[in-house]
Every structure is written in structure tokens, then in C-alpha cells.
Design a protein around this ligand. Sequence first.
Ligand code: AMP
Length: 231
Amino acid sequence: MGLHNESGVVLLIGAPGSGKGTQARFLAELLAIPHVSSGDLLREHRKAGTDLGTIAQLYMDRGELVPDDVVIGMILARLDQQDARRGVLLDGFPRTPGQARALDVRLAERKTGVRRALYFAVSDDSLVERLSGRWLCESCQTPYHSIFSPSPAGPTTCGVDGGLLYQRPDDRREVVAQRLVVYMRDTSPVIKHYRAEGVLREINADHSIDDVRRSLEAVFAGQTVEALATS
Ligand code: AMP
């Protein structure tokens, strides 16, 4: 049960708009581990109208972080699911020192730890430009950008499943600015922590989608998830 024989917990750390969501799909496939995004899980709760979703909504719409106890409980429960046993690609979690501690403790209990923390470094100007052009598929959440990666099926239709594309309410300019402030305040210590642990790899995410993908491939070149467990 749980993560006791999992072999590769990989973290994706990066400001909103750093492109980690776009690369997450590719990386999850490359490493053959499930992609678990805290933001996606919270949005699913909101859609389903759960108590957790109702609490989360209050914070998300203001660009604030959802309280640690709510997010930690949700993610640890997800890590206990069967498909996460070999490892998991955690996208958007941990985002605060408290979340990092909770994750480290749970992994230590399971005699494992974070194998790689990938930090998507990107300039502030690119972040605002990227977020304000972002569109997502309502059904499968595939992300597009109106300029950098438009959907092949047209501006309102998903190229994967034909779903309707929408813009997230928290991608509005004023909320984006608040999300970036919150990100710097709360997530910088998390980056420092994993750097000190020696597992951080910085990815220059100002580059094109293809170039960032190649940098990620280089990080994992020749390494299977099992190899990561012992590296
Ligand atoms: P994201 O999709 O990762 O940009 O997250 C969207 C929003 O969900 C954030 O602005 C937060 O309000 C909330 N959220 C996502 N992940 C976390 C987390 N690890 N801790 C707290 N709040 C989170």
C-alpha cells in the first residue's frame, strides 16, 4: 500500500505561466509515471462541488494559496493511490515550506524521497505574456497559447478531443500579478530547500516549448525511473 515501493518522485516547480503544465504531459509519458497537478485536483473538486472545492474556491479566485492543511491532505491521499506507487510527477506541489515538510516526512516514512526537483526559471515579462494568451480545453485540460502554440483545430476547439477552449478566470491580468507575488513569497524557500538537498535542476524556461523539452530530456537522459531511485 502507498508509496513504499515507489521509485521516483519528481517535482515540477515554477511560477504560473512558466510552462510546466505543458511539459508535464510530455514528462509523465517519458518517465511512465502519473502526472498529479494540485491545481487540476483543486479545480476538479470545485467542479464536483465538494466541501474541499468550496473552501479552495475562496482562495483561488483571489490568486491566493489554498491553506496548507487542505492541499496537503488532498495530495497525500492521491499519493496513496495504487497508480502512484512507482512514482509520481508532482506539478504545483509543494508550494510552501509547510507542504515541502509534509511531503518529505511522508516520503521518509516510506523510505524514499524526492529524486529530482525541476525548477522552471523564467523572466517576469514572459510570464505575464504567456498567461494572458493561455487557453485550456474544458474537457481534457490540454493547454494552448493563442500565439505560441495555437490549437490546430482553431481558436475555440481542442486539437486532441474537440472540446471547447476556455480562459481561466485567474489568468486575468490583475490576478496574474497577485499570483506571481504569492509565488515568489511562498515558493522561493521551497526552491532553496531542494537546492540544499542536492536534487534541484534548473531549467531555462524562457526558451521555446521544443527547446525546454530537449533540456528536460537531457536531465533524464539514460535514466529510467528505477535508475533515479539510486542516483
Ligand atoms: P495552478 O493551476 O497550479 O496555477 O494553481 C491554481 C491555483 O490553485 C493557485 O493560484 C492556488 O490558489 C491553488 N493551488 C494550486 N496548488 C496549490 C498548492 N500546492 N498550495 C496551495 N494552493 C494551491
